[in-house]
Design a protein around this ligand. Structure first.
Ligand code: FAD
Length: 376
């Protein structure tokens, strides 16, 4: 019999594959990572890097909260270029209806051990003087943070390599099975198991995977000191992020350590090219200026696009693929893959090594999609 080269081959060195490699190597597995491009060069490079606790569902809360705790534990080890900042989030409420949601979220977070503070109109203006007057208030979640994702992915790969993992970069996986991965040069890397962490490309290696690619546009400004202090997100974001077909934009601004402001966010379905969408960009800028008029005369230095990997229920796929034994998935993280990468890696390694998980894994198992379609 041919000896196995590795215990696990992971395809993709985005933040998710990098985190999986670091965690599996830490657990003593012999790991290889295959990356077609540069480390963190996919959605990870495009993302905002907001590490945020979300409560759209119990499963989403459990994963985001668990992962946030893991990021906080790692924070002291992160190099300066990862730009980890506990800036906090303010969910901005435009009117009384949205204040009702503020109050609901506050109760939910408090019951689940997450600090949160209701801001009335005046407290919101004090916290973020560049927001327009007349907003109803908001919810400040001080424990949320921001990070520069591609450097964080590089750091995690370095951690994996320090523990013996091999990185095969600029190599394209063309076929993935439970026995290993075939590369575009015809070579085969054999392993006891494989992990598809190829983000929005994951259906190319695991046909039939229900992962769509909503496109996003982002803008970054020049350096403007004291423009914005917290990650500011309109509560309407929650509504637009749930829309699975129509294009949507929402006010979402992040302060960077460089004193730049990163402006999101948008979702566009059915557009596969990487071109910046002028119309969507115009809508995003208009929305951002509506909430923060101070942005109007300022200059942007760069715009770009990225693709989220969206599953039908917006929860990631973490665990055995339904198609083939010894093929695992770590994909489908939509707009939360930076936040949830560390928890994903830990939950995956828990399954591979039969360790008890810190949170129930069932909501994220790929098999759930099969069960749902069987009951439909
Ligand atoms: C505009 C935007 C804003 C976002 N903002 C946030 C945010 O604020 N907070 C948050 O938590 N999340 C955010 N996200 C989501 C987050 O960026 C993604 O969920 C996350 O980066 C996904 O990481 P990944 O490793 O799964 O995928 P990717 O980063 O896309 O990595 C996949 C890797 O696989 C490689 N690959 C693909 N196919 C192959 C192959 N055949 N062979 C070898 N290698 C291959 C690619 O080259 C790529 O490097 C945002 C996303 C976008 C687009």
């Amino acid at each position: 019999m041919t000896p196995l080269n590795y215990d696990a081959v992971i395809v993709g060195a985005g933040i998710v594959g990098a985190a999986c490699a670091a965690e599996c190597a830490r657990a003593g597995m012999r790991v290889a990572v295959i990356e077609a491009g540069i480390i963190g060069g996919g959605a990870t490079a495009a993302g905002m890097g907001h590490i945020v606790v979300m409560d759209d569902s119990e499963a989403q809360f459990a994963l985001t909260r668990y992962s946030q705790i893991l990021w906080n534990e790692l924070a002291a080890e992160l190099p300066a270029d990862c730009e980890f900042e506990t800036c906090g989030t303010i969910w901005v409420a435009a009117d009384e209806e949205e204040m009702t949601e503020v109050r609901r979220k506050k109760i939910y977070f408090e019951e689940h051990g997450v600090a949160a503070e209701i801001l009335d109109a005046r407290a919101l203006a004090d916290a973020e003087p560049n927001l327009r007057p007349g907003l109803a208030g908001g919810l400040r979640v001080p424990g949320d943070s921001a990070i520069y994702p591609p450097c964080a992915a590089r750091f995690l790969i370095e951690q994996a390599r320090a523990r013996g993992a091999d990185l095969h970069q600029c190599r394209n996986a063309v076929e993935l099975s439970g026995r290993g991965v075939r590369l575009n040069d015809g070579s085969f890397i054999s392993a006891g198991l494989t992990v598809n962490a190829a983000g929005s490309w994951s259906p190319e290696l695991t046909p039939g995977l229900e992962v769509r690619k909503p496109k996003a546009n982002l803008i970054i400004t020049k350096r403007y000191p004291s423009l914005v202090r917290h990650q500011l997100v309109e509560l309407g974001y929650l509504k637009s992020a749930h829309v699975l077909t129509a294009d949507s934009v929402a006010f979402n601004v992040q302060p960077r350590r460089t004193q730049q402001a990163l402006i999101g966010s948008s979702r566009r379905y059915g557009s596969e090219d990487k071109q910046v969408d002028a119309l969507i960009l115009r809508r995003m800028v208009a929305r951002a200026c509506e909430y923060m008029p101070r942005l109007k005369p300022l200059s942007a230095i760069r715009t770009w696009t990225g693709f989220r990997a969206a599953t039908p229920d917006k929860l990631p796929l973490i665990g055995p693929s339904s198609g083939e034994t010894n093929v695992y998935l770590a994909t489908g993280h939509e707009g939360l893959g930076i936040t949830t990468s560390l928890a994903t890696a830990t939950l995956l390694a828990d399954q591979l090594l039969a360790r008890p998980p810190a949170i129930p894994v069932e909501p994220y198992l790929p098999a759930r999609a099969r069960q749902e379609s069987a009951h439909a």
